[in-house]
Each structure stands twice: as structure tokens, then as C-alpha cells.
Design a protein around this ligand. Sequence first.
Ligand code: EPS
Length: 398
Amino acid sequence: MKRLRLLTAGESHGPGLVGVLEGMPAGLRVSTAGVNRDLARRQHGYGSGRRMRIERDRVEWTAGIRYSRTLGSPLGFLVENRDWANWTDRMAVEPVPADRRPKPITRARPGHADLAGAIKYDTDDMREVLERASARSTAARAVAGAVARQLLAAVGVRIWSFVDQLGPVRAFSAAGSAVELVPEGWWREDLHAPSPLRCPDPEAEAKMLSIIDAVKDAGDSIGGSFVVVAEGLPMGVGSDAEWDTRLDAALAGAVMAIPAVKGVEIGLGFGVVPRRGSEVHDVVASGGEGWARSTNNAGGIEGGMSNGAPVVVRAAVKPVATLRRSLSSVDLVTGESDRAHIERSDVAILPRAAIVGESMVALILADEVLATFGGDTIGDLRAAVARRRRRSRGPKGA
Ligand code: EPS
């Protein structure tokens, strides 16, 4: 990131997750209830394992906020792992006598960090890898993302998401991201009373739920895709000037950095491949208010910059790597062929991954907004954004 820095630490079954977010302007009112609401949203969804019944994620601030406002200094925070109480031997910081140590994990799960990590860190116990590689780490990102979301809200940007596909079932049976088919204002419903899979098409969602049940019974897992939408971003955030200043590149990298994400599209994405230019580009018209575009195939980004239309990012999520009916593997120590290790896990993570997607998009957009408009205080930022909005109202002569 250009102006923000986020550093997180924490193992899945250690005492907790910590984070430092540096670069927020002073004076932003931070709603702790809002951050906790986003943490709860990340925990919601059908297909989760038993762990989600143990955790009640809440943020504890350790730095950077006074009387609910940011000071401009780094924000420090902590999210406790309630499950830690059940893991004090297995994840002890101090040495534990050999007879009290659990059996090492030596049979790598295909698709997980286990094997490459065991080689990289030179360990015979894959627990030392999988604890940090766990998607538990995304709870810390959700805290930082929630603060970023509040900064964006202060300058008129709103972020929401939905699950648009699970296995073979697509919301609205539509090709592409289907954003335009989501009922107006659905995001509000999702915020306050989310459906089990956070899918805005109830018919498709019912099918998705039965797929999850069938996959669970078969000891298997299933993936799909989610879409994140950011509305109200001013024009010209990001820049065309250099390969590493482009907004789409930053978004793609950050969303790809979510565990289990294997593909990222902006707007039409891979849908551009079979189409001609006249079927892809969003014609420019000047409507009653500002620049009117009847389509948004560009997903809100042209030339590496926001064009004022909603930013639309879609991500492909692979099925979770832990299968109850585990796949073939080889024991790291004995070299014998055997079934992969089985760790308590989730069957489907789509509705939760979508919230992590919101967090990553919020972080990047907050960073890009700050890099574009600057400001030591939220007041400076607001004034600069307002100037840009005035300038982008429409053609000069209109
Ligand atoms: C995860 C496995 C499960 C998930 C965990 C990620 O945890 P456990 O092994 O304790 O059952 O619930 O996700 C979280 C704890 C979380 O907060 O998202 C994994 O193997 O990645």
C-alpha cells in the first residue's frame, strides 16, 4: 500500500491476533460497534465448522484512538482467540515435556500450505505451518478493513458484497457478476439480517444450501465466487502513470492475497475474451447528473483509475483444503503413502470470504483515496474529495 501500512500477527489457536494500522489521518470517528459488527459479519454463514460457535470476535484497541477519534498515530488492536483456552498445551509458548506434546502432523493436505511450509521452515510438524496459514488470520484484516470502511464512508464511499456462485449454482443464473440483478437496497438487508449464504437470489441460495449439505455428507468441500462492490468512489483515484500505481492492479493483488482465492476479475473480467470492442466498452453520455454510463463492463476502472461508476471486483474461491474424506498424501517422515491429515475445518467459506473481500477492497480503496487526496486530518481529506467531486460533475459546457 502507498500510504497505509498493515502488519498483523497471530496463530489460529494461539492467544489471539494483533495488528498495527499506520497512516490513518487524525480526527476520524471510529465506531467500535461498527468494527465489531464487521467482525460478526465475517463469522456468519452456512457451511462453517464448530470453531465459529466458539469464537465471538471483538476488537480491543491498544493505541491510536482517543474519545473515539483517531489521533493520527498508528492504531494498535487485539482480537482474542477464545479457543486458545482449549489449546494451551498444543500451542504453548514455553517448552512442554515430550510426553505431553500431541503427535506431530506429518501428512500434508493437498491444497494447503502444509507441504511447502514444512520444507520452507524445516519442520517435521506441520502444525507449525498451518497455524499461521489458517484463515483465522483474516479476522485481523477485518478489523483494519472495518476502519478503512469507516474512513471511506466519511467521504461518501459504500462497500458491500454478495455470494454470486457456489459450485455450479449461479445467482440469477446470470453470466458475469450479476450486480445489476441484485435488488435495489439489498445490501441493507445483508447488513442487518444476512441470509445463510449472503446470496441475493433466494432460489439459487436454496440450491446452494442443499449442495453444502450433500458435500458435507460426502466428506468433501466446495468453493464458488463472491462479488465486492464499492459505490461512490470519486473519479481519478489511482493512476495510469506507472505499472504499480494502477488501482486495478492494487485491488487484484489484495483480493488474491485472501486465503483460497484463485482468481480475481474487475468488471467483465475474463468475459472480455470472446467479445468485440463495441460489446465491451461503456459508451459515454452526459446525463442529467454527471457522466452517464448505461453499462459498467469496466467495473468502475479505466486506465487504472476510478471512473465514477461502481467498482466491481469478483473473486474465485477454491474449495477448502481440509476434506473429511481426505485425499492421498505421503508421510513427510516415513515416506509412506497415506491419507492426508484431517484438521477440524469448514465445508464452505463463501459468505465469510466475501466479508474478507470487502475488508481487502476497503483497505486498498482507503489507501488509494489517501494517496490521491492526501491530508493529515479527515477534514483535509473531505475538502479535497469535495473539490474533486465538483470538478467531475459533467462536461465543462453543460
Ligand atoms: C481454518 C479452520 C477452522 C476455521 C478457521 C480457519 O478453524 P479450526 O481449525 O479451529 O476449526 O474456523 O477460521 C477461523 C477460526 C476464523 O476465525 O475464520 C483453517 O484451517 O484455515
